[in-house]
Write a protein that binds this ligand. Structure first.
Ligand SMILES: NC(=O)c1ccc[n+]([C@@H]2O[C@H](COP(=O)([O-])OP(=O)(O)OC[C@H]3O[C@@H](n4cnc5c(N)ncnc54)[C@H](OP(=O)(O)O)[C@@H]3O)[C@@H](O)[C@H]2O)c1
Length: 257
């Protein structure tokens, strides 16, 4: 599969590196205007160009990873130069209909990955119109190689952006706070970070493998009158779950502005 990624920034590069490592049958091109920052991708066999239309007529899949305000310009630039490519947009807040207005003859898919896609660990939510279902299934297959790829209704794309993409930052802040506490109770920073990160990864892995409610696993860790439950309850008294829920809802309100 020939994949062109337009917008080689944080997300575009993460997708390119993930594809290079986990979808080895793909040929990848990444474009941005200032290519100095992404020349390192060539070491992975990825083509780098400042020209968004470079061999784009041969692309099977075009992935848009530019900022929302850059999208219309890019679509005008590539419109009419695409062959049979499916267009997958990771641009937040830009709808399938917005893109279809520029590219009426192409299958359009919205994707919402997160930057863990570089390590094959993204939760990439995917939405499309029913008429593009067949073409979209190929896109789903690509992103399933890079983590999970749940198909959702397009009306949930903003929520997916917050939970799945912004969610990376929330999870990292949880790990940072654990690390800081770890230092306060005696570890050096590197050891505290290694323990906190692996513990979060292990907890997530158990949930994904066992497919059960988090509280069932929490029950396995909390001895009656033990140190875990008193710590957990103190966190809740201080607003732990409530602050996370409020933060996620605030992010959603911001995205909808
Ligand atoms: N970062 C995330 O975790 C994440 C997750 C999900 C979705 N998204 C969405 O993905 C998009 C990109 O986010 P990002 O964080 O990766 O932003 P970013 O780091 O700013 O990347 C955007 C890239 O687009 C390039 N660009 C700008 N104009 C261009 C043009 N005309 N042609 C080709 N490339 C152009 C920029 O490079 P030059 O200035 O050199 O051209 C820049 O490298 C956004 O719409 C965002 O909502 C991001």
């Amino acid at each position: 599969m020939n994949i062109h990624i337009i917008g080689g920034g944080n997300l575009g590069v993460a997708i390119a590196l993930g594809l290079a490592d986990f979808a080895k049958q793909t040929r990848i091109t990444v474009t941005r205007r200032h290519t100095d920052a992404i020349q390192h991708l060539t070491q992975k066999g990825i083509t780098v160009s400042a020209d968004n239309t470079h061999q784009i007529d041969q692309a099977d899949l075009v992935i848009l990873t530019v900022k929302p305000y850059q999208t219309a310009l890019v679509l005008q630039e590539i419109g009419g130069k695409l062959g049979n490519a499916v267009v997958a947009s990771a641009v937040s807040g830009v709808s399938v209909a917005d893109i279809r207005a520029h590219l009426p003859n192409h299958a359009i898919v919205r994707i919402m990955p997160n930057i863990a896609i570089q390590f094959g660990q993204s939760a990439t939510c995917i939405a499309f119109d029913d008429k593009d279902r067949t073409a979209a299934q190929n896109v789903v297959s690509v992103f399933q190689k890079l983590g999970t790829a749940p198909v959702i209704e397009e009306k949930l794309m903003d929520a997916a952006t917050v939970l799945g993409a912004c969610g990376t930052a929330y999870a990292l802040r949880y790990i940072r706070a654990s690390m800081q506490a770890g230092i306060e109770i005696g570890f050096d920073s590197q050891t505290a970070l290694a323990i906190a990160a692996q513990t979060a990864k292990g907890a997530a892995q158990m949930l994904l493998e066992e497919k059960i409610h988090p509280e069932q696993l929490i029950d396995r860790v909390t001895t009656p009158q033990g140190c875990t439950i008193v710590g957990l309850n103190e966190m809740e008294h201080q607003g732990f779950s409530s602050s996370l829920i409020k933060g996620i809802k605030t992010s959603l309100m911001k995205i909808r502005e």
